[in-house]
Write a new protein. Structure first.
Length: 221
């Protein structure tokens, strides 16, 4: 039985995995879907204003501690790829698999800001114009989305190389949407023998658009 820890992307909470969780549980696995600091409905001003990438990596590590999890499969969607990379680098002995679901796969010194395209950098700045610390969700999409802490998009990740020792590292490339910031990353990882790359012909919100296909990849089917 595997233990999945699911980390959402920008503006999202644990609910973003709501269609995938029961499929994994039905297969007999333990599943923990997280909502990161600053994105919870009851988070106060200070939580949103001060949360950064380190805060979110610590969210994952604290959950591993509270739930007494070892041998975790960390799954990160979009921005969540930054988070699981940082968490795995700090606790590689507690992680057996990393799955970056249409997500950033950073190298040391990268940030979400530096890794994305100008289109998204502009969206971050426009979204944060109101108060300077929280990025409004882009127009449209699920109404449960919340303003995302800007600092977490900007902070550079510090990696020691420990995460590279995680036995299984996978990247799922969602090829069915225009403007993906992950095309160059896909090319990079395909040439890296330490990574397995999957193609999924869906939009970025694959967990809702193709929940069964996502679950099948997570289950190794």
């Amino acid at each position: 039985m595997a233990t999945f820890v699911l980390v959402p992307g920008g503006w999202h909470g644990s609910w973003s995995y709501e269609a995938v969780v029961p499929l994994l549980e039905r297969a007999g696995h333990s599943v923990h879907a997280l909502t990161l600091t600053g994105l919870r409905p009851d988070d106060d001003y200070a939580s949103v204003a001060t949360a950064n990438l380190d805060t979110h990596a610590d969210d994952v590590l604290r959950h591993l501690d509270r739930a007494h999890i070892t041998g975790a499969t960390l799954v990160g969607h979009s921005y969540g790829g930054m988070v699981i990379a940082a968490a795995a680098d700090r606790a590689p002995d507690r992680v057996t698999r990393l799955v970056h679901l249409d997500a950033y796969v950073p190298r040391n010194g990268d940030s979400c800001w530096s890794s994305t395209t100008e289109r998204y950098r502009q969206a971050f700045m426009t979204g944060a114009a109101e108060n300077g610390y929280a990025v409004r969700p882009p127009a449209g999409g699920d109404p449960r989305r919340r303003p995302h802490p800007l600092a977490s998009f900007l902070q550079a990740i510090r990696l020691t190389g420990a995460a590279a020792k995680v036995p299984r590292r996978e990247f799922i490339f969602c090829s069915g949407w225009d403007g993906t910031p992950f095309a160059d990353q896909r090319t990079r990882l395909e040439s890296d023998p330490g990574w397995r790359v999957h193609d999924l012909p869906t939009g970025h919100d694959a967990m809702h658009e193709a929940s069964e296909a996502v679950a099948a990849l997570l289950l190794g089917e």
